[in-house]
Design a protein. Structure first.
Length: 105
């Protein structure tokens, strides 16, 4: 699994079978400190609770985006209900990862 933070463009994750990308919503940015950590922490918490990668990435991007609206890294962090509302509106792009025809040794 590979997760890539794309800043204002959102984030992507690639697993053995799937590839997901979520675009971030435009917001007025006060401070980007902690936005990537907020994204990562949100993703880890949702994965630990059993959430699917698609929802996890949408929530992570939403949480990271919202955190940039206030200075200081944590002042802009929002409750899960607020994050979920934004997450539901974020564009999600999915692509199947082609399986290699090479046989394992």
């Amino acid at each position: 699994m590979d997760t890539t933070k794309l800043g204002a463009a959102g984030a992507s994750v690639h697993t053995r079978t799937d590839s997901w990308q979520v675009a971030a919503q435009e917001v007025t940015v006060a401070d980007t400190v902690g936005a990537g950590d907020t994204l990562a922490g949100t993703c880890l918490a949702l994965l630990a609770s059993g959430a699917a990668w698609s929802a996890t990435l949408q929530h992570g991007v939403a949480a990271g985006t919202l955190s940039t609206r206030s200075p200081g890294g944590t002042a802009g962090q929002q409750p899960l209900a607020v994050v979920a509302q934004l997450a539901a509106s974020l564009p999600l792009h999915h692509a199947d990862v082609p399986q290699s025809e090479e046989k394992p040794r």
